[in-house]
Design a protein around this ligand. Structure first.
Ligand SMILES: NC(=O)c1ccc[n+]([C@@H]2O[C@H](COP(=O)([O-])OP(=O)(O)OC[C@H]3O[C@@H](n4cnc5c(N)ncnc54)[C@H](OP(=O)(O)O)[C@@H]3O)[C@@H](O)[C@H]2O)c1
Length: 183
């Protein structure tokens, strides 16, 4: 199981249905696409809505969490597994009991939203690898609409070894991409 997410230097995570820094940052996306390749993407419903249609269509199977019934099942012809997952502790049990032949051999990548990432950071023991991108804007502050506590994010440093950061600069941002793996 993998986890991938990005935050600003003050934990900024989301802003009114999109990213705090606006459009996705190319260097971050390159890492993200590679890190999530061939994985079943796991996300909250609003994260699903935030993805461009081209990205939505890329994935054959997704897990989208909802507290509603099966409203989104087979939405736009995609195979969705929609589940009310109120107990994050039972995440692996939940995934292993999914219908349609998915089991623990399937590799998953959790990508958001904020509550799901926060819960994930409190249960890092279930993850084999985490991708975290830190975005530092050069000329302005990112909106603080939806944030993730930096004290939770620093759990990555104590829970994993072999950190291998990549640094990028463009006109607007300095970006640090860290891939965390277990030994
Ligand atoms: N910075 C990043 O790396 C990153 C990554 C992904 C997304 N984002 C941004 O995050 C925002 C979307 O995230 P969000 O936090 O607002 O929403 P979200 O978690 O993606 O979606 C919230 C919805 O997911 C369902 N859900 C969430 N947790 C659940 C649980 N434990 N059990 C059952 N259902 C659950 C509920 O759906 P129902 O209402 O259908 O019940 C809930 O309303 C967007 O702005 C997006 O751009 C940022």
């Amino acid at each position: 199981m993998r986890l991938a997410f990005a935050t600003g230097i003050n934990g900024e995570f989301a802003n009114n249905g999109s990213l705090p820094w606006g459009v996705p940052i190319k260097e971050d996306m390159n890492h993200f696409v590679k890190f999530c390749a061939n994985k079943v993407m796991v996300m909250g419903y609003k994260t699903w809505l935030s993805l461009p249609e081209t990205v939505q269509k890329k994935y054959k199977t997704l897990v989208v969490f909802t507290r509603k019934d099966d409203t989104y099942y087979n939405f736009k012809g995609l195979k969705f597994i929609v589940e009310n997952m109120s107990q994050f502790e039972s995440f692996i049990e939940f995934l292993s009991q999914c219908e349609d032949g998915l089991d623990q051999k399937t590799e998953y990548c959790v990508i958001g939203g904020a509550g799901i990432v926060e819960s994930s950071l409190k249960h890092l023991e279930i993850f084999d690898a985490v991708l975290h991108t830190l975005v530092d804007p050069k000329e302005y502050e990112l909106p603080h609409t939806q944030t993730i506590s930096n004290s939770l994010i620093t759990r990555l440093d104590t829970s994993f070894k072999n950190q291998d950061p990549f640094f990028y600069e463009n006109d607007n941002f300095s970006i640090t991409v860290t891939e965390y793996y277990r030994n």
